[in-house]
Design a protein around this ligand. Sequence first.
Ligand SMILES: C[S@@+](CC[C@H](N)C(=O)[O-])C[C@H]1O[C@@H](n2cnc3c(N)ncnc32)[C@H](O)[C@@H]1O
Length: 206
Amino acid sequence: MPGSDRQSWNQRYLAGEFGFREPDPFVMEAHKNYLQPLLRENLAPDADTGLDLAGGAGHHAIWLAQQGWRMALVDWSETALEIAKEKSAANSLPLEIVQGTALDVVTQSAQQGRRFGFVLVSFFLDRAVLPWLPKILIPGGILLYRTYTEDNERLGNPRGPRNAEHLLRSQELLEVYCGMKILHYNETVTSKGVTELIAQQPSSST
Ligand SMILES: C[S@@+](CC[C@H](N)C(=O)[O-])C[C@H]1O[C@@H](n2cnc3c(N)ncnc32)[C@H](O)[C@@H]1O
């Protein structure tokens, strides 16, 4: 298993291991069912903004920008962000690209009062980041979270991290986000261990 530091991620992107690809069905379905209505209603000044945190080469951020969102893409890998930059330029899409650690970016955003209509986290876990995510959502904003669980290795999936630091416990996201409205929750327990959560900030929160 390759290391999980920034340089190892750069090497993985250089090797083409995480090339640019179609958005995952989870993101497209979530967009249709939960994000599109938010975009249409556009209730708050930042309701049309989205953050793809640890979004890699931007395959989700770019697709979401094509759907009309003002997207910010954050990753610590310069190599991944170079790919995203080329792709967004080739598609003439405005994309805010931020190189940095997820924790630094979310804490700074919260401190500066920056808010997003939605935040997407796909296959990334830093537990220190979790409590900050509701703080950077507008009231009624949506969190989409999906990543591997501790079940993953037991189920024999060769993909995904091995370090428990980067693996969710069963029900963990439900506990962390108990103050949010849970719109969708699923734990896959056959062939791979993956949790999906879609949750909404209460509309009266600040
Ligand atoms: C498995 S990839 C997922 C990429 C993308 N979200 C997706 O679903 O394809 C994990 C990403 O997290 C990034 N990453 C890992 N730790 C990070 C951190 N502490 N801060 C920012 N990015 C990080 C890596 O560079 C990599 O792009």
